[in-house]
Ligand binder design. Structure first.
Ligand code: NAD
Length: 483
């Protein structure tokens, strides 16, 4: 692929370029230029996708797990083969540096493999009966039915793939509606599944305005599960719609991850890891380390070294220069959000140590920004920034740091650096989050569950939980015919 692909939806096995509800521009955030036209599905086209998923469920749900696995495994192989081209689309659509895009795709292949294997591995269980007349009590995991998968732009291959692989492995069919600004990434991913031999209708892809499309799809009686990754506000709205139809709902929402750096931590290692991870994907990561709570004894050194590293990052168009560390933000609304956070800091609400400004030009670039000692009630400390902004706050007692870390309604990821074993155990137990990383900032792997608590959502993706999330638990009790 040398240029941006022609965009098409997939409905009942047919690739469709004609959006009956019109089309929308796809913009390269590094240049501000329109690079494609994305078709928008009409209600009739959405209904066709719903009908296809409903019909295909009858046979796909009965297809043996080993056969489902073979198709998923082939899809993962194709994804790896096509990684160079797919990475180019990811970079063009949302500005991720190429190495990070390639890394995202490699991790995605592993997730598809793992969830595909679950289709072969995961049986039910037998429970000993209480009565001699009962022969067996069997618990099985049945596919829930057709699923609606709603995904964002920050990991435009990985997040759709996690949902698709969990659903398909479990025997569900699906309709994917990816973010409006990253349609090609989703399309190229879906092509890997169709080229792997997936029967028509099992996976459908539609584009369009997120509100009306989601509402139409969630309201359909055939849909039994909704899986959404995105903001807390939208997640609450979609959760209410799913609840009205008594549909299963998995929300993976925002976060504002704290990082506690104890005075016992290996400081050089902690600073290097924090600065490298904070600005990855321009900070547009739900588990991005963001609120740094640093022991007063090492605070000044941490601030100086973290800010120095942030200030040295190479910023630019990752489509034109593969060596950039940080690309643009995904769209102009993220720039406005960063400006609002920075405008609220300053004065006694915090000191901007480095960055703080828009980088002028055609793209949507914002400087890597470090705020020292932001006020507890500042926007930075209370709202998810979802961008290249870090705040650093000193603490005296480790219990105070835990209290600050746990003070928000978010609870996705939390991190701590400590070289004291007792303290590390205390931090692991005390931090309120779905995922806690001690002395490391990676909390996502194919084998482990990924999910949050509180305003960060509930349920998990990845790991065996990522398969079970698409199943209903069923009990069959068999007694002797003669009593
Ligand atoms: P946004 O709310 O405009 O869009 C975020 C995503 O939600 C997009 O994919 C969009 O298609 C979808 N969306 C928006 N309204 C919707 C609706 N009514 N129904 C269904 N889907 C809808 O925000 P943004 O500025 O693009 O992104 C920043 C915000 O999104 C942050 O607050 C962040 O928490 C959240 N976000 C979270 C993740 C995550 O991994 N949890 C990923 C991306 C964005």
């Amino acid at each position: 692929m040398t240029s941006y692909p022609a965009l098409k939806m997939l409905i009942n096995g047919e690739w469709i370029a004609d959006g009956e509800a019109g089309s929308m521009d796809v913009v390269n955030p590094a240049t501000g230029q329109v690079i494609g036209q994305c078709p928008k599905a009409s209600p009739a086209q959405l209904d066709a996708a719903l009908a296809a998923a409903d019909t295909a469920f009858v046979t796909w749900s009965k297809t043996p797990g080993a056969e489902r696995y073979m198709i998923l495994r082939r899809a993962a192989e194709l994804l790896r083969e096509r990684a160079p081209d797919i990475a180019r689309a990811v970079t063009a659509e949302m500005g991720k540096p190429r190495a990070q895009a390639i890394g995202e795709i490699a991790a995605t292949g592993d997730v598809i493999d793992f969830l595909g294997e679950e289709a072969k591995r995961r049986g039910g269980r037998m429970i000993p009966p209480r009565s001699a007349s009962v022969i067996a009590q069997m618990v099985t995991h049945e596919p829930v039915g057709p699923c609606v998968l709603l995904t964002p732009w920050n990991f435009p291959v990985h997040l759709p793939a996690k949902k698709i692989a969990g659903a398909l492995a479990a025997g569900c069919t699906a309709i994917l509606k990816p973010a409006e600004n990253t349609p090609a990434s989703a399309q190229l991913l879906v092509e890997c599944f169709t080229d792997a031999g997936l029967p028509k209708g099992v996976l459908n892809l539609v584009f369009g305005d997120p509100g009306p499309v989601s509402e139409h799809l969630i309201a359909a009686p055939s849909v039994r599960k909704v899986s959404f990754t995105g903001s807390t506000a939208v997640g609450k709205h979609l959760g209410a719609l799913a609840a009205a139809g008594m549909k299963r709902f998995t929300p993976e929402l925002g976060g504002h991850a704290p990082v506690i750096v104890s005075k016992t931590a290996d400081l050089d290692r902690a600073v290097a890891a924090c600065a490298a991870t904070k600005f990855r994907n321009a900070g547009q990561v739900c588990v991005s380390p963001t609120r740094f709570l640093v022991a007063r004894e090492v605070y000044d050194k941490f601030v100086a070294e973290f800010a120095a590293r942030a200030g040295k990052l190479k910023i630019g168009d990752p489509g034109a220069d593969e060596s950039v560390d940080m690309g643009p933000l995904a769209h102009p609304r993220r720039i406005a959000a960063m400006e609002a956070v920075v405008a609220d800091a300053g004065g006694n609400r915090g000191e901007i140590v480095t960055g703080g400004s828009v980088i002028t030009g055609n793209g949507f670039f914002f400087q890597p920004t470090v705020i020292a000692n932001p006020a507890p009630d500042s926007r930075f400390m209370t709202e998810e920034p979802f961008g290249p902004i870090a705040g650093i706050v000193p603490f005296d007692a480790i219990e105070d740091a835990v209290q600050i870390a746990n003070s928000l309604r978010y609870g996705l990821a939390a991190y701590a650096f400590s070289s004291d074993l007792d303290e590390a155990h205390y931090l692991g137990r005390s931090l309120r989050a779905g995922m806690v990383g001690i002395n490391q900032l990676i909390v996502s792997s194919p084998e482990t569950p990924f999910g949050g608590v509180g305003d960060s959502g509930f349920g998990s993706e990845g790991g065996e939980e990522g398969y079970l999330a698409f199943t209903d638990t069923k009990l069959v009790i068999m007694a002797k015919a003669g009593g």
